[in-house]
Design a protein around this ligand. Structure first.
Ligand SMILES: CC(C)(COP(=O)(O)OP(=O)(O)OC[C@H]1O[C@@H](n2cnc3c(N)ncnc32)[C@H](O)[C@@H]1OP(=O)(O)O)[C@@H](O)C(=O)NCCC(=O)NCCS
Length: 139
């Protein structure tokens, strides 16, 4: 768990910028980052180096949105993303959230399917790339 605007939070912004924004030729606006104060920030460290992060945004009625899921390039495909979302689901369930959802990049849909997320609806564009809405009921 990482505090908003802490040095560790700044590391997550850098990782997200590198993995999720720069490849698309875009960056975060100050306004977008300012709104992250009420989010839950998770970081996964290996030997004191941040290798993965994600954000949880609490919503009404037991819902929680998972977003900004990023694993550093050289650590992808090693089970780190799966472990991180399992932790996020456990934390959410422990804190009485019952419904996790996300807007999944189409390229990442197989990853979420492996963790038993369900697709609803058709492809839509977000940050100019195709996404699908996915959810999972938490026990
Ligand atoms: C998508 C991402 C978060 C996945 O994390 P990861 O650590 O690479 O994934 P894992 O190694 O934990 O994979 C978990 C499972 O999903 C599968 N998987 C992961 N990415 C996949 C892909 N692109 N296609 C097919 N299967 C995939 C793995 O094979 C693995 O299956 P298994 O449980 O049967 O072994 C990571 O690759 C990433 O940061 N990608 C770039 C940014 C991104 O797209 N983020 C998601 C935005 S919605």
């Amino acid at each position: 768990m990482i505090d908003f605007q802490s040095p560790e939070y700044n590391e997550t912004v850098e990782l997200r910028r590198k993995i999720l924004r720069k490849p698309l030729g875009i960056d975060f606006s100050e306004d977008q980052l300012a709104k992250e104060g009420s989010d839950i920030h998770l970081g996964l460290y290996l030997h004191n180096v941040l290798v993965a992060c994600l954000i949880l945004t609490p919503e009404p009625e037991g819902k929680i949105k998972m977003r900004q899921v990023a694993v550093d390039a050289e650590f992808q495909g090693k089970g780190i993303g799966k472990k991180m979302i399992a932790f996020a689901e456990q934390w959410s369930s422990d804190n009485n959230y019952t419904y996790m959802h996300c807007n999944a990049r189409k390229t990442a849909v197989p990853f979420y399917l492996q963790s038993k997320y369900i697709i609803v609806g058709d492809t839509f564009l977000e940050v100019n790339i195709p996404h699908l809405y996915m959810y999972k009921k938490l026990s």
